[in-house]
Design a binder for this molecule. Structure first.
Ligand code: FAD
Length: 622
């Protein structure tokens, strides 16, 4: 019988990252997936990153994950979103060539000597009352292991809908995973149904591009990986068109035929990613919505019309799409559809993404109620690292909200649960001025190294960057300039103004790196990533102190552990509702308890008092 330290089920975005992370930490790892050539497949839009999501990709990269490197290799158009806003909320995004992306992920996975890819369907787990010990495949093979990471995506009891048609499947062209879904339900896990949708795919050769506005990528692309220097694939432009009243009328006339509006779907969909049906109904006052026409690849004529996901019947899709400028003669190569699938209440997980009631079993990705490749990949990385640590009997890693967006997401999921598909936004991070995309490596690479998931070559590159950053910060803080010098770079502060450090000047609103570089050769000579970090640090310096103080308080609360078997029923004054929430979540520390929805400062004090009394009593009796 084969044995591995860690088995990862599913080769999507969570699974690829989990398998690679587990292998980096040194575990003998197997990736079991339905189709080996589907590893790294993008089920929906051919793009990586965006607002909030771009931060996750940079953090994955800072922990030596795959997504940033693959997106840089596959990127055919790079744009920094929110460019006109502050660096804390800017989001790198790349449109990717699907085939190149999949190829890049498979190539990166192929480099690990301790990672085996097994094509097959996982249908069952081998378990004892306490822990998981293996996985059973549909052909009857049993593979034993110390830990399992489950990342089955939308495949668990997946049902696809187009109009009134419904078909079982994980996504177009793929079967659903019914037996594993049933087994997990039998384990007594709380489950729910969510849904998501995708637009029809268009044949780009039948689009009249001459009638469309075209949008190029950024002149100097913002890449994802701290190791990448420039895009490798040819860069392309995207088309922009708009829906109109005729399109909306066709959608409205046929609303009852839509799977989502015809009552065929029970799952909840993402509010912030509405279908065209949703848009027409919810934003009835708008006569037009923007549609980006994004080529899916350099040698692929398929075009992804971003903004019109739908579950209307195929004939209606053709009619409303052809009512859009530039698409009058378009051919649909694959109709849009909605998919409904099982997810598990993520409150059944600890912050390590391990099931509270089954040691060694970790969940990551869409099955935890999230949506998006980046959210899935980030969870996969954490679950993969932790599965490998668990298999080696080492302490598991927990990322804090004060350190990274990944920590924010996991904390949100396991303490609050989800009521709709969860996606990342910058507004979810309370420490967003310090958790920026530009400084993800400064925040996380050292920690990754301690966990054992950073390669030597990345660590060397990071050390070099850190040394130049520290040296530059030193110069910027030491060298000061007066009004005359500032005037020479068109910064006017008044003749009697005091001298100030170059760092302070760099943080003045509207002052650019280019201007300040004229006064500081060291800044001019620094690499762009280093310039970006010091410029953002300088801009947010006035707020940083408060954020550091708040982050310190959070860390202090995170350090106050709550025993897993704490008897909340014994805490006098706690409401029955809060007691039940706390018993469900089983927070590991005071910070996690405080973040549970409905927790009040008074309730936190009651828990603190109880822990202190119990601890004191024990201490006295010892
Ligand atoms: P997936 O990428 O789904 O990967 C799951 C993997 O598990 C697959 O490789 C599969 O082969 C494997 N697998 C499943 N069951 C088994 C089994 N029993 N044994 C072995 N292997 C198994 N996200 C957005 O952000 N925006 C969108 O607009 C959007 N639209 C979407 C539309 C559709 C139709 C679909 C299907 C998804 C959409 N998503 C969207 C979601 C996005 O694709 C997912 O969030 C992301 O792919 C989740 O990654 P994952 O790794 O969790 O799962």
């Amino acid at each position: 019988m084969k044995h591995f330290d860690v088995i990862v089920i599913g080769g999507g975005h969570a699974g690829s990252e989990a398998a690679a992370a587990s292998a980096r930490v040194g575990a003998k790892t197997a990736l079991v997936t339905l189709k080996a050539d589907g590893i790294g497949q993008m089920s929906c839009n051919p793009a990586i990153g965006g607002l909030g999501k771009g931060h996750l990709v940079r953090e994955i990269d800072a922990l030596d994950g795959l997504m940033g490197l693959a997106a840089d290799q596959a990127g055919i158009q790079f744009r920094l979103l929110n460019r006109s806003k502050g660096p804390a909320v800017q989001g790198p995004r790349a449109q990717a060539d699907r085939k190149l992306y999949r190829g890049a992920i498979q190539h990166l996975l192929g480099k690990f000597g301790n990672l085996s890819i097994i094509e097959g369907e996982a249908v069952d787990f081998v378990t004892t009352a306490q822990d998981v010990q293996g996985v059973v495949l549909s052909d009857g093979t049993t593979i034993t292991c110390r830990a399992v990471v489950l990342t089955a995506g939308t495949f668990l009891n997946g049902v696809m809908h187009i109009g009134s048609e419904r078909r079982n499947g994980g996504r177009v062209g793929d079967q659903s995973s019914a037996r594993l879904g049933a087994r997990l339900r039998d384990m007594g896990l709380r489950t729910g149904r969510l849904k998501t949708g995708t637009p029809p795919r268009l044949d780009g050769r039948t689009i009249d591009w001459s009638r469309l506005e075209m949008q190029d990528g950024d002149a100097s692309p913002s890449l994802f990986s701290f190791l990448s220097r420039s895009p490798t694939a040819r860069q392309i432009a995207c088309g922009i068109t708009h829906t109109n009243t005729q399109t909306h009328d066709i959608v409205l006339e046929n609303l009852s035929k839509s799977s989502m509006y015809g009552g065929h779907i029970e799952g909840v969909g993402p509010r912030y990613c509405p279908s065209i049906e949703d848009k027409v109904v919810r934003f009835g006052d708008k006569s037009s919505h923007q549609v980006f026409l994004e080529p899916e690849g350099l040698d692929d004529s398929t075009v992804y019309p971003n903004g019109i996901s739908t579950s209307l019947p195929a004939s209606v899709q053709k009619k409303f799409v052809r009512a859009i400028v530039g698409l009058e003669a378009v051919e649909i190569t694959q109709p849009g559809y909605a998919i409904e699938y099982d997810f598990f209440d993520p409150r059944c997980l600890s912050h390590s993404l391990q099931l509270l009631d089954m040691d060694g079993l970790f969940f990551a990705g869409q099955i935890n109620g999230t949506t998006g490749y980046e959210e899935a990949a980030a969870q996969g990385l954490v679950a993969g690292v932790n599965a490998a640590l668990y298999a080696a009997d080492r302490d598991l890693a927990v990322l804090s909200r004060s350190e990274c967006y990944i920590g924010v997401m996991i904390d949100d999921l396991v303490t609050r649960g989800v009521t709709e598909p969860y996606r990342m936004f910058t507004s979810r991070a309370e420490f967003r001025l310090t958790l920026r995309a530009d400084n993800a490596d400064i925040r996380l690479t050292d920690m990754g190294s301690k966990l054992g998931c950073i390669s030597d070559s990345r660590m060397r590159a990071f050390e070099e960057k850190r040394i130049s950053l520290v040296a530059l910060r030193d110069v910027l803080g030491r060298v000061s300039v007066g009004p005359k010098e500032l005037e020479s770079i068109a910064v006017f502060v008044g003749p009697g103004a005091p001298r100030r450090s170059i760092f302070t000047v760099l943080g003045m609103p509207g002052v650019t790196v280019e201007q300040v570089s004229k006064l500081c050769p060291e800044l001019a000579a620094a690499s762009v990533p280093v310039q970006n970090v010091v410029a953002a640090d300088a801009l947010y310096a006035p707020f940083a102190e408060r954020q550091f103080a708040e982050a310190k308080l959070l860390k202090r609360d995170e350090a106050i552990r709550i025993p897993p078997d704490l008897k909340y029923t014994e805490i006098v004054g706690l409401s029955a509702e809060l007691r039940s929430k706390l018993m469900n979540v089983r927070p590991a520390n005071i910070a996690q308890a405080a973040s549970i929805e409905g927790m009040t400062p008074a309730a936190t004090v009651l828990i603190l008092g109880y822990i202190k009394r119990r601890f004191d009593t024990k201490a006295r009796s010892a």
